[in-house]
Design a protein around this ligand. Structure first.
Ligand code: FPP
Length: 255
């Protein structure tokens, strides 16, 4: 898998839009189940195809020069799915890490896992930690895997750490600032997502990166995740490049 930034492609994407590409793109990869059932296939086949779409998306992100990609691979609410589907998704994640890790490492991809770690299967936890450790020195695309992730849980865990510091007298309450909370989140050190893409026509965040999405641009498309390809990614990037980001201020065009 070649995912190192390709300068020519990066330039052409920027020129096409005449604007800056997002540094960080986050994905809610929705619609695997519908993709499968509409074809009379078991839902698990949709997840299998979803993994192929994920591989292609990572490749394309590297080619166009995106710095950080975050994927919502398993939410803290997904445990409520039927046991067979949960264990299939766990197996898929295991296979993804086992089969793709050396290729991702060779392609200079740095892997980071976000989400709650308490109560996770020890084997999966070990695999994820090994992937993080092996790739920790890499300098290419950063692939952030949101696993057992829920944004409210992430914020509460961060708030508890700060509350304990205040209780222990290590921190004054007025030192509990936006920056201090940001520093305790699983995403510490990462730029906020510039663009959040959700497939399958659903238009909600579903407890994904609630704090970090304060100024993100949203892109919703009707394609089901297994059908999300390089052309669809380019379309989303073009759309992002045409947006006027004001962060609560005025447009540069109005000065
Ligand atoms: C949403 O589709 C997708 C998920 C809950 C899991 C995302 C998983 C993948 C893209 C493939 C595997 C990747 C890894 C790293 C394990 P859905 O099942 O909610 O689809 P539906 O809304 O049509 O039912």
């Amino acid at each position: 898998m070649s995912v190192s930034p390709d300068r020519d492609l990066q330039a052409s994407a920027s020129e096409r839009s005449g604007a800056k590409l997002p540094r960080h793109v986050a994905f809610i990869m929705d619609g695997n189940g519908r993709w499968a059932t509409s074809r009379g296939l078991p839902r698990t086949e949709g997840h299998r195809q979803g993994l192929e779409a994920l591989r292609n998306m990572i490749r394309h992100a590297g080619k166009v020069g995106i710095e950080v990609v975050t994927i919502y691979s398993f939410s803290s609410e997904n445990w409520s799915r039927p046991e067979t589907e949960v264990s299939f998704l766990m197996g898929l994640l295991r296979r993804f890490v086992q089969r793709d890790l050396s290729e991702l490492h060779d392609a200079n991809v740095r892997i980071r896992i976000i989400g709650g770690r308490n109560g996770l299967d020890a084997g999966i936890l070990k695999l994820l930690q090994e992937a993080e450790e092996l790739t920790s020195g890499n300098t290419g695309l950063e692939l952030v895997v949101a696993f057992n992730y829920g944004a409210r849980d992430e914020i509460i865990r961060a708030a508890q750490v700060l509350a304990q510091k205040v209780a222990a007298g290590e921190m004054r309450p007025e030192e509990l600032t936006e920056a201090a909370l940001t520093e305790q989140l699983d995403t510490r050190g990462l730029p906020d997502p510039d663009l959040i893409i959700r497939t399958s026509g659903e238009m909600r965040l579903s407890n994904f990166l609630l704090w970090q999405a304060a100024y993100s641009e949203f892109y919703f498309c009707d394609l089901l995740w297994p059908d999300f390809d390089a052309a669809a990614f380019d379309k989303a990037l073009d759309c992002f490049c045409a947006r006027d980001r004001r962060y609560g201020g005025l447009s540069a065009k109005t000065y």
